[in-house]
Design a binder for this molecule. Structure first.
Ligand code: NDP
Length: 321
């Protein structure tokens, strides 16, 4: 098979194209011939070494394709089934071994690039809004990186539930995308961000902030919350938040701070199928639109990471083998 390999941590240039033997599968796994791969910001943390992983490794955790071999313990999945996954190591490859309990069937009507890149970001938006803090109709929330992969999905789901969404973006083009997803107010990052959010909420602040940007936005996120508001810090695209004194949550209004991650919100098969099923159902019925902002050949993985880290992308990103 052809794959992207990381043999040393570093910038996007350490993503090397290699030929390797096809992966062998265990009794509880399936092997998939990959049609498309979802690129996620977390892939850059493993590549750079910000998150630990033993070298060498094949990056990527998400994709879609056709099952081409099934393990001896597997029932309910057949060779030729069209499947997707959001949690399998080694997804930047033409063949991937996936644990069968991580496999999700892809319904009719979901295009390949969408199937490859909707699950990880879609289930993240789903758990943030349903299980971390569930805003009520009419509440205002703040979503950073509103034109990003998670941001566009989170905005659409929230707006469909009658929630007023305020977003941040870096450019006019991204502002237009965020507004098209339903954002009521679109702001730029900056020193007076929290003041602008308060001005838009009668001085109260928002009930929740969904912050995947991290270091650059954390202080403004805290300062934008109403009393007893929730800060869901779910990522660090601008860098890690420095150590933090919990006493500040008291002074700022008995705030809640959580640092959640998708694996803990897809703990068993029924939770995974619930979240994935709702994401795919919304795509099929047209209520959720996945913007595939860019597609690259697998051999162009370096370019994909460069663009993602340079904030040059919007929506999801896909690699095609
Ligand atoms: P995005 O498509 O949102 O890309 C990142 C965006 O962050 C950029 O487009 C940019 O938007 C914004 N950004 C702000 N500052 C920076 C910076 N200094 N460098 C780079 N980007 C910056 O990525 P994803 O949708 O894949 O992921 C969003 C975040 O959510 C990531 O931090 C990711 O790790 C996290 N995540 C966490 C999960 C979890 O379960 N905890 C699961 C999935 C994702 P703009 O130009 O508008 O500022």
């Amino acid at each position: 098979m052809r794959a992207i390999q990381v043999s040393r941590h570093g910038g996007p240039e350490v993503l090397e194209i290699v030929e390797l033997p096809d992966p062998t599968i265990g009794p509880d796994q399936v092997r998939v011939a990959v049609d498309a791969i979802g690129v996620n910001f977390i892939d850059t943390y493993f590549r750079s070494g910000a998150y630990p992983r033993e070298l060498p490794f094949i990056p990527g955790s998400e994709g879609t394709g056709l099952v081409d071999e099934i393990g001896s313990n597997i029932t309910g999945i057949s060779v030729g089934d069209r499947v997707a996954w959001a949690n399998a190591e080694g997804s930047y490859a033409t063949k991937v071994a996936v644990d069968a309990d991580k496999i999700v069937p892809v319904p009719e009507g979901v295009e390949v690039p969408v199937a490859a890149s909707a699950l990880l970001q879609g289930m993240t938006a789903h758990y943030l809004l349903n299980s971390v803090y569930r805003p009520q109709q009419g509440e205002s929330i703040l979503v950073h990186a509103g034109a990003g992969g998670v941001g566009l999905i989170l905005t659409q789901i929230a707006v469909a539930h009658g929630i007023r969404v305020i977003t941040t973006v870096s450019t006019d083009e991204k502002e237009a995308l965020s507004r098209a997803a339903g954002a009521a107010e679109v702001l730029r990052y900056g020193d007076d961000l929290a003041e602008q959010v308060r001005a838009l909420t009668d001085g109260e602040g928002v009930s929740a902030v969904y912050d995947g940007v991290g270091a650059a936005t954390f202080e403004a996120s805290l300062a934008s919350l109403r009393i007893r508001g929730t800060l869901a810090l779910f990522g660090a695209s601008s860098g890690k938040v420095p150590p933090f004194d919990p006493q500040r949550l008291n002074q700022a209004g008995s705030l809640f701070l959580t640092r959640p991650t998708l694996v803990h919100y897809t703990r068993d098969r029924s939770e995974l199928l619930w979240r994935a099923g709702e994401v795919f159902a919304a795509i099929v019925d047209g209520s959720l639109r996945i913007r595939v902002g860019a597609q690259y050949a697998l051999t162009e993985a370096t370019r994909a990471h460069t663009d993602l880290e340079a904030r040059a992308t919007s929506g999801s990103i896909v690699l095609r083998p």
